[in-house]
Design a protein around this ligand. Structure first.
Ligand SMILES: [Zn+2]
Length: 119
């Protein structure tokens, strides 16, 4: 399966990721850290999250955020996933993640989940 790599954007301290869908197009996933509670909120909308299923988008967003702001997250950071439809806005700034986004390529199989995904 060929697909585009994940693209990363930022708005202030919020990370936005455009993750390729197997059906074409992208899922937009946002990651924002609440530093007071050390909680990383991952917002996106996809068929899996609508059915309360695990999906690779959340794992990939957590990994990407950890790479982007490694000094702000630690092993105690909690992750909360919320269903939220998002679009890319013109004010978002395209950024380069240290790993170039390649680490989160779903061909590399996140926790065995990705190859089963249908969405
Ligand atoms: Zn998802």
């Amino acid at each position: 399966m060929s697909h585009s790599p994940i693209k990363a954007f930022r708005k202030g301290e919020v990370l936005y990721l455009a993750m390729p869908s197997s059906k074409g197009g992208y899922y937009i996933v946002a990651a924002a850290l609440n530093k007071k509670t050390n909680t990383l909120f991952i917002g996106h909308d996809c068929p899996a999250i609508r059915h309360n299923k695990q999906c690779w988008h959340v794992k990939a967003a957590v990994e990407a955020f950890k790479e982007w702001r490694w000094w702000e997250v630690d092993e105690n950071t909690k992750v909360v996933s919320i269903q939220k439809p998002l679009v890319l806005l013109p004010e978002l700034e395209l950024i380069e993640l240290p790993g170039g986004g390649k680490t989160y390529d779903h061909d590399h199989d996140f926790a065995g989940n990705i190859k089963n995904r249908t969405g």
